[in-house]
Write a protein that binds this ligand. Structure first.
Ligand code: IVH
Length: 679
């Protein structure tokens, strides 16, 4: 049905656009968030059409947060990377009620009796939503926790996310929550796909993640995603209670968990918590959304502050994961895979079985002890379980169904790839192939790791291409990559065209400017993951310095323990590794913190001991600590007589404030701190 609206004068149109925008947002909220619509779908569509027509007539009057954007705006060409103002942490997982009890006891030991809040753990995609003066300005994915992707246009299509807030929210507000796809929506999407002859999507979580990365917001809008908000960040939170803040967020227009449905509840102790878990262990099967557990959080923001954080998760919260799904199937064989570090892992080859929405054909068995413990025999009926982890595991064997004459599975004494006798370090569960520089899969997987996205990010190179180049004897280690010529790649034959080989050569060239911290991660030193590599790169500053560091110096770096320190020492002790590092440096790869990673140095805070507390507007927590150290100060964890001053952000705990005033320690805010370190 075509509807024709009369043309309007500009002033009048502007007024009407605002009016329609407000009405449509209100009805949208009533329909999607509160589930109590006041007008019919037809009336809603009619208002929307009127707004579309006016915006078409006066495009300059259309706001990016217009309700018309709910159905999808322009194509997004790329999703820019944005740093999070506050890191997006994850949660520690627990799988038993005992672990939950341990958590509660630890908290109570450290903080006295406290109130907890329990929520559902939504199995979707985390999102951070920034609002300025009540207007949605940005939606960013979690990414690696420190930076994520700006997917604002797609976020606007999620009907339960408010584009404008009401009731005077703080001018600067970040709401965090989970974007999810309802189970019915997921099922109908899959039915549609089947009809079109397309493959079914595996599960709602991956489908949500994939949907949010679509470049056409119109397609995103059609998928009917929804969300829940579970966290707020602002300099002026309305209350010191998380629960009350969530209720306030609801009044601002956010979709938050409903206490009447018991999606969120307060608890005064372990008994209430266990009761909530028991309730949802059963009741979750009746929900239209996928949840994978329950989250238990300390309610009081001040107590949270006192309990503090670990590297990637808060010490004031824990997730309890529901028991994983289980099925029995036959063990057809076992494969022994050799990884990048030489670790040999057994993988079970199974009779395919449907489990938690996916077809399972392989499962991990971890190590030799596990094979022995399960007493695995070929042909056994095994119990397969899929929990939070992506790869399912074998948890048991049905001895009664073992076929007669079944042969036991044996862990090999020699590397299945190169024949070298395997070794097992004292106290370690894993067997290793020690033939680091001669065992083919170790070599190729190290190179694959090196070129990976989080390491040197050499686009165009991946598992298959690396393997092919290794087979062709063009590369035998990561340094050889920098000697590759395009002619050599072109000569590889089919599949190695002008364009793709050029991309590889360009990718290799570009990797020369990858910052040192990622180079360090790329080297694949055992136990040196992304986070540790970052810390070490900052502390050591250069590879030469790192290679020269003594064990005690290494263990002095936060997050570096004896195991990591020894692994670093072993790495540099090997002549082969030193040669590779030398060749990489010759090739122009960054072996020191580069100019823009080198931090400014001053002595402005020399001799001062500084405590930081709370969340900051213009610094991440690591950022403010770095700023103190860069200016010669020392960061200390607790307030004492020796503390020179405290930098307080929002949410500084009352206990800390009291302590500071008792000891007469100065407390300054973020702006004052900035002025202090400004040159
Ligand atoms: S709170 C610092 N609450 O679980 C705490 N997270 O493993 C931040 N999640 O990335 C998270 N439901 O995506 C919180 N009610 C809930 C949640 C929840 C799901 C997700 C979230 C986070 C992951 C942590």
């Amino acid at each position: 049905m075509g509807v024709i609206f009369a043309r309007m004068e500009r002033d009048q149109a502007a007024k009407r656009i605002t009016e329609l925008g407000e009405q449509l947002e209100r009805h949208n909220h009533l329909y999607y968030v509160e589930a109590r619509p006041e007008i019919s779908d037809q009336e809603f569509d009619f208002l929307m059409k009127e707004l579309e027509a006016l915006e078409k007539q006066y495009p300059e009057l259309a706001s990016p947060n217009s309700p018309t954007q709910r159905v999808g705006g322009d194509i997004t060409k790329a999703f820019p990377t944005v740093a999070h103002r506050w890191p997006m942490l994850s949660l520690d997982n627990s799988y038993s009620r005992e672990e939950v009890a341990d958590f509660v006891h630890r908290v109570e030991r450290e903080a006295g009796p406290v109130r907890f809040v329990m929520e559902l753990k939504y199995d979707g995609v985390a999102i951070s939503l920034a609002y300025r003066n009540g207007e949605l300005v940005r939606g960013v994915t979690r990414g690696d926790g420190e930076q994520g992707e700006d997917i604002t246009a797609n976020v606007r299509t999620v009907r339960t996310i408010p584009l404008h807030l009401r009731d005077q929210p703080p001018a600067d507000l970040e709401a965090r929550g989970e974007i999810i796809m309802g189970l019915r929506e997921f099922e109908s999407l899959n039915l549609e796909r089947e009809k079109q002859g397309e493959e079914r999507f595996a599960n709602p979580r991956n489908t949500t993640a994939g949907t949010l990365k679509l470049q056409d917001p119109k397609l995103v809008a059609r998928r009917r995603l929804q969300n829940f908000i579970y966290d707020l960040y602002t300099a002026t939170p309305p209350s010191r209670s998380h629960y009350d803040n969530i209720m306030q967020a609801r009044a601002w227009g956010f979709r938050t968990p409903d206490p009447h449905k018991r999606f969120i509840a307060r608890a005064n102790g372990l008994e209430d918590i266990m009761d909530f878990i028991a309730h949802w262990d059963k009741a979750r099967h009746g929900l239209d959304i996928a949840i994978d557990g329950v989250v238990i959080k300390v309610d009081d923001l001040g107590v949270r502050e006192d309990l503090g954080l670990r590297a990637k998760s808060p010490r004031w919260a824990i997730a309890y994961k529901f028991p994983a799904e289980n099925k029995a199937t036959r063990l057809n064989g076992v494969e022994f895979n050799v990884g990048r570090t030489g670790a040999v892992t057994p993988v079970a080859l199974l009779e395919p079985v449907e489990l938690a929405g996916t077809t399972v054909k392989r499962a991990s068995i971890h190590n030799a002890d596990q094979i022995a413990k399960l007493d695995l025999h070929f042909g056994d009926m095994v119990q397969v379980e899929k929990g939070g982890e992506i790869i399912p595991k074998i948890t048991g064997v049905d001895l009664a169904r073992r076929p007669a004459g079944a042969v036991a599975v044996r862990y090999p004494a020699n590397c299945p790839e190169c024949g070298t006798p395997l070794v097992r370090d004292e106290g370690e569960a894993q067997h290793y192939c020690p033939n680091e520089h001669g065992c083919p899969p170790q070599i190729t997987r190290r190179i694959e790791h090196f070129v990976g996205r989080k390491a040197m990010d050499i686009g165009g190179l991946g598992g298959e291409t690396v393997e092919a180049l290794y087979q062709a004897k063009l590369i035998g280690n990561v340094a050889d990559l920098y000697d590759l010529k395009q002619e050599q790649l072109l000569a590889m034959g089919k599949g190695w065209g002008e364009r793709s080989t050029q991309l590889i050569i360009e990718g290799i060239a570009a990797s020369r400017s990858v910052p040192f911290e990622r180079v360090l991660f790329a080297l694949g030193i055992r136990h040196v993951g992304e986070t540790v590599a970052k810390k070490i790169a900052r502390e050591a500053g250069s590879i030469d310095r790192l290679a020269a560091m003594a064990r005690e110096e290494l263990t002095g770096i936060s997050e570096v323990g004896a195991v990591i320190a020894d692994s670093i020492i072993d790495f540099f002790a090997a002549e082969g590794n030193r040669r590779i590092v030398h060749r990489l440096r010759e090739a122009g790869v960054q072996m020191t913190g580069s100019a823009n990673h080198q931090r400014p140095q001053s002595g402005l805070l020399k001799g001062l001991s500084v405590v930081v507390s709370g969340v900051f507007k213009t610094f991440t927590r690591d950022g403010i600590k770095l700023a103190i150290e860069d200016n010669g100060g020392r960061v200390s964890g607790s307030i004492s007589k020796k503390t020179s001053f405290v930098v307080a952000g929002a949410d500084m705990g009352p206990a800390k404030l009291a302590k500071a005033s008792e000891l007469g320690v100065n407390v300054i805010d973020e702006e004052a701190f900035r002025r202090m370190i400004e040159p």
